[in-house]
Design a protein around this ligand. Structure first.
Ligand SMILES: Nc1ncnc2c1ncn2[C@@H]1O[C@H](COP(=O)(O)OP(=O)(O)O)[C@@H](O)[C@H]1O
Ligand SMILES: [Mg+2]
Length: 262
């Protein structure tokens, strides 16, 4: 069995496409036959909602088999894994109680490494090729946990004036994390929600390409209403409508990510 690669999706800006990118890359990678585990690290439950109905998600969020309890009890997360309706694709669901996870972590020994420890058995088993973790739009102790549990980080950035704002804080935070988790690598920036009709998009791309030592994935994700329809139906767009523009773009981005992260 090969090595499992853990990739997280972080950006302190909300609405930058983290959950959409995490869910669709996960589904697109699973379609190639690789085994993928998704970890929903956000109290907004969006990653879970990308695959399951609202009722199912709320039921799991209210129960004890979700990430919040796994972290609180510092348990091996193997028993928290559920199968999604798609082949090769599993999920650890989240809980709205994740809102108090910072408080739970506060008193714990080596609190930055709790998620890493809870995922260790799954990782060592080699049963997954990729673990993809969706992060909330913050930069606190919990996101630090997510980063410390990851080999690589992908930063989804929305191609809009405010999409770039705050990116410097994100890089500063990543440098801090690397002081305690030196092997963490920035895989790159994934540009999302692009409206190619707007000139602003070109400026975003130029600014991003000027960043030193930061890879920008070639495949951009354009604005596409199929993304919203697919989310409304709790189906990732790469399964919901394979012929859609965004499905094709996410499939290509998945190829790029797999090539870079192996
Ligand atoms: N390519 C896209 N086309 C259209 N809407 C999108 C696209 N990507 C994301 N969205 C929408 O933008 C919003 C924010 O995306 P999301 O993935 O939830 O961001 P984040 O997880 O960073 O907060 C969601 O409502 C989602 O439906
Ligand atoms: Mg999200």
């Amino acid at each position: 069995m090969g090595k499992t690669i853990t990739i997280c999706f972080t950006n302190n800006k909300g609405g930058s496409g983290k959950s959409t990118t995490c869910s669709n890359l996960g589904a697109a990678i699973a379609q190639t036959g690789k085994k993928v585990l998704l970890v929903d690290g956000d109290m907004q439950l969006n990653l879970s909602l990308a695959f399951f109905s609202e009722n199912w998600v709320l039921e799991h969020a209210a129960g004890e088999k979700n990430l919040y309890y796994g972290i609180k009890k510092q348990e091996d997360l193997t028993d928290y894994v559920v199968h999604t309706p798609y082949e090769n694709l599993d999920l650890i669901p989240s809980s709205t109680l994740m809102s108090s996870i910072e408080y739970e972590l506060f008193t714990k020994w080596q609190r930055e490494f709790i998620l890493r420890k809870c995922l260790q058995k799954i990782k060592e088993s080699g049963m997954y090729d990729y673990i993809l973790i969706d992060a909330p739009p913050t930069l606190g102790g919990w996101v630090m946990n997510i980063l410390c549990a990851s080999d690589k980080v992908i930063i989804p950035v929305e191609a809009s004036p405010w999409g770039m704002f705050g990116l410097a804080n994100m890089f500063k935070f990543l440098n801090e994390v690397r002081q305690i988790s030196p092997d963490l690598e920035i895989a790159g920036i994934a540009v999302t929600k692009v409206d190619t009709r707007k000139n602003y998009y070109k400026q975003t791309m130029e600014t991003l390409h000027e960043l030193e030592d930061i890879h920008v994935f070639e495949q951009i994700i354009r604005v596409d209403s199929s993304v919203e329809w697919s989310q409304d139906n709790s189906i990732p767009v790469v399964e919901y409508k394979r012929s859609s523009r965004s499905a094709k773009e996410y499939t290509k981005l998945a190829e790029e990510v797999m090539k870079l992260c192996q």
